[in-house]
Design a protein around this ligand. Structure first.
Ligand code: CTP
Ligand SMILES: C[C@](O)(CO)[C@H](O)COP(=O)(O)O
Length: 239
């Protein structure tokens, strides 16, 4: 039997960039909420043993109802998030007991099992790994006056996604150190990197979008419909 993983699914944000009254993780995608698609993906994977779902205080009740309704038996905890994403991750980590853990954004419902497996395999080799894709655009650093100050070599630039996968004790130590130092990063790799621990990337898929702004919703609907059509035609095991 292979390594068994715990998963922190973070979904306690307010979705301000989406601009909707309902937090974006609860918006419908196809026939169910975005968050449910995400949870069902990890529920379907044999390598996942347990999931800790992190949501807003006011959403704990309805999320526990969805866990029951959609038979998400691997969700072993539904806990309240914190002010920043990092705080939510830290809170979710505390209810996992596996040696290996992944952190995944609840608003990335289109990640595939193949990509998750690639991330886990890379982490089992290095101790820490994140899904990423090479950037397609030229990226530039721009100062507050709107003047370009540098253009990093595009060949070294990757757009980082989730899941991000680690040994649990490493990630827990990194979060506790960041908390003690008052450091806030935008992903979990950052709190591990600052310990001086190497983090590798596992190449993911451009379709693993983070639903963030209104333009992302029709794109997600298209990708979901295409995936379902491909699956019906027997093309590739996406889910
Ligand atoms: N305090 C927070 C902030 C974010 N998240 C989660 O982290 C993921 C990625 O965050 P993001 O896309 O930024 O979501 P929001 O913070 O909700 O969006 P915004 O920044 O537009 O408010 C989301 O699933 C979000 O719910 C969280 O659990 N706790
Ligand atoms: C973790 C992440 O999805 C990696 O790209 C991203 O940093 C989350 O940023 P957000 O502003 O919290 O959505």
């Amino acid at each position: 039997m292979g390594v068994k993983w715990g998963v922190v699914i973070v979904a306690a944000g307010r979705g301000t960039r989406m601009g909707t009254k309902e937090s974006k993780q609860y918006l419908q995608l196809g026939d169910k909420p975005i968050l449910v698609h995400t949870l069902e993906l990890f529920q379907s994977m044999d390598l996942v043993k347990e999931m800790s779902l992190v949501v807003g205080d006011d959403d704990i009740g309805r999320c526990r109802e969805w866990v029951r309704l959609y038979e998400l038996t691997k969700v072993t905890a539904v806990v309240a998030g914190g002010k920043e994403r990092q705080h939510s991750v830290h809170g979710g980590l505390k209810s996992l007991s596996t040696d290996w853990v992944m952190v995944h954004d609840g608003v990335r419902p289109l990640v595939t099992t193949a990509a998750v497996r690639a991330c886990c395999a890379a982490a089992e080799q290095s101790g820490a790994s994140v899904l990423a894709v090479p950037v397609k655009d030229t990226i530039k650093q721009v100062n507050e006056a709107g003047v370009i100050v540098s253009t990093p070599d595009r060949r070294s630039l990757w757009a980082i996604q989730t899941p991000q996968a680690f040994r649990r004790v490493l990630l827990l130590e990194a979060h506790e150190r960041a908390l003690a130092d008052g450091f806030i990063g935008t992903d979990d790799a950052m709190v591990v990197e600052r310990l001086g621990t190497p983090v590798t990337v596992a190449e993911g898929e451009y379709t693993n979008i983070k639903i963030t702004t209104p333009e992302d919703l029709p794109w997600a609907e298209f990708l979901l419909a295409k995936r379902r059509a491909d699956t019906a035609e027997g093309k590739g095991g996406h889910g």
